[in-house]
Design a protein around this ligand. Sequence first.
Ligand code: DNO
Length: 398
Amino acid sequence: MERTWRWFGKKDKITLDMLRQIGVEGIVTALHDVPNGEVWTREQIRDLREYIEGYGMRWSVVESLPVSEAIKYAGADRDRLIDNYKTSLRNLALEGVKNVCYNFMPVLDWARTDLSHPNANGTSNLYFSHAQFAYFDICILKRPGAEKSWPDDVLAEVEKLKATMTPEDDHNLVDTIIVKTQGFVSGNIKEGDEHPVELFRDLLGLYDGITADALRENMRYFLAAIMPVCDEMDIRMCVHPDDPPFQILGLPRIVTCDADIDWFLHAVDNPHNCLTFCAGSLSAGGHNDVVALARKYASRTSFVHLRSCHIFPNGDFTEAGHLGGRANLVELVRIFEKTDPTLPMRVDHGMTMLGDESRGYNAGYSFLGRMFALGQVQGIIATVDNELGLPYRQPGLF
Ligand code: DNO
C-alpha cells in the first residue's frame, strides 16, 4: 500500500519536511481555504501539487472535495453546485490528482463526545458516549421528539448527567460535537462562530422530512451526474462511510453497513464509483464484520483508512490501538496488499501522546500518536509483503 498522511495544507503545524522523514510517500489533502461549493481552480491545485512534489512526495488523494448540503438535501441550488463540483473534478484530474474522497453525511461530518478520553497508560483517544450524545440532543439542542429516539437505559444515564453537568461541561460538549470536529474538515460550523447551537438547529431543519430513501435518491442523482466526468478523466470517487455508522439526531445516514455499501455501488454501477474503506468508522458499528467487508469490497476500494475501534457493552466506543480493537488491521493489510499493493493508505486518527496535547493539532490528528501508528502499520505491511514476496521499501533509507 502507498503510505499516505492527511496533511492540512501549508498552515499545518506538521510540515512536509517532518513527513518525509517518517516514511510518508503520498499526501492526502484538500484546498482547505476554498469555501464549500466554490470551484477549485487549476492554478490553486497546481500550486499545492507542486509544493508537495517539492518535498519528494505526491498528492495522492483529495480528502475531501466537500459535497454541499444543498446537494444532499436536493436544494434549489443543487445543479449549479454539482456543475461546480464537476469543474473542480476536471481541474484536479488535469493536474493529475484522480482519487477523490467525499462523504454523504447530512450536517455532521463525524461525531465524538470526548476528544481526549484518558487511557490507562497516560495517552488519550477519541471517544463516543451514547449518554453524552443523548444529553446534547435532549438537553442542549432540545431537538423536538429527541427522547423518543433513545432507549430507556440511555435516558436513565441522561437523567444522571443532568445532575452533574456544569455549564462549562455543556460548553465543552457543544465545542466537541459541532465545532472542534467539524471546523477543520470544511464543516458547516467553524471555530469562532458565535451561536453554534442555533446554526446547528437551522442546519438540521434543512433535513426536515428527508428520509433515508430520499437521501439515497439524492446520492444516486449526484453520482449519476458526476460519473461522465469521472469516466472521461479516470477519476475514482470514494465515499467515506458514516462515522459513527448509525443514525443520529434523527438524520438519515446511508453508508453504515454491508447493505448500504452494496446499495450505492449498484445504484450507479461504475468502476469509478468507489469506497473509502475506513476501518475505524466501520468498526465502530457492532453490526459490521470489518474483515468480511474488506474481502467483499476490496476491488471497489480506492483509498484505505487504517484505524480500529473498541466497543463497550453499552455501545460506547473508543479508538483502540492500531494493533488492537475490532478491525484486525493485520488481516486488512493482507487483503488490500493482495488486491493492489499501490492502494493509498493513511493511518487515521492516533493517540494523543508525549506532548501532542499542547500542540494545537486538529482533533484526532496528532503527530506523535499517528507517527507511532504509522510505524506499526509499516511493520505490518513489511511482514505481509514478505509473505507475498513483495520488496520492502522506505523512501530515503537503504
Ligand atoms: C475525520 C474524517 C472525516 C472524513 C470525511 C471524508 O477524521 O475521517 O472528516 O475526512 O468524512 O469526507
